[in-house]
Design a protein. Structure first.
Length: 155
């Protein structure tokens, strides 16, 4: 849904840009197009904002019921690199990163509000879940544990 809304708004913005270059952006069609773009953007950002708020609230409620300490994986830079590897458009990856930061801010604010302990810690995916030794990366993003033989795609 996010990709669809974003791609549709970009398509309409290009169409609006063409009208603007021709000097027709103040025509009735141009005004309708601009309203449609604004509506799509509002819908996209409202959806992402609501999703971030609901997800943060669910995690905090779960931590409250389990009386758990929350560890937040500090992966902002790695997440950005993975988004670039997925061949997403630059604008869409910026939207995802913006709302990842928003989610983390909402989560930490709610955790502080309820007095739930939390910490930021880097959780590398290079440790074997079976034996705890370090995994070696093979071609095609496959991780292999030389100690116990565990083999899986890198996540």
């Amino acid at each position: 849904m996010i990709d669809t809304l974003y791609n549709e708004s970009v398509r309409l913005e290009r169409k609006y840009g063409a009208l603007k270059r021709l000097g027709l952006h103040k025509s009735i069609e141009g005004k309708k197009l601009r309203k449609r773009i604004k509506a799509l953007r509002r819908k996209l950002f409202a959806y992402l904002r609501d999703f971030a708020q609901k997800s943060a609230h669910e995690l905090v409620q779960k931590a409250l019921t389990l009386r758990a300490r929350v560890i937040i994986d500090d992966v902002i830079e790695e997440s950005r690199r993975e988004l670039l590897e997925e061949n997403l458009s630059n604008g869409l990856s910026k939207v995802y990163m913006l709302y990842l930061r928003r989610f983390i801010n909402l989560l930490t604010n709610q955790l502080e509000w309820y007095g739930i302990p939390y910490e930021f810690r880097r959780l590398p995916s290079t440790i074997c879940p079976v034996c705890g030794s370090e995994l070696k990366q093979l071609p095609n993003r496959v991780m292999l544990c030389e100690h116990c033989g565990f083999k899986a795609d890198r996540t």
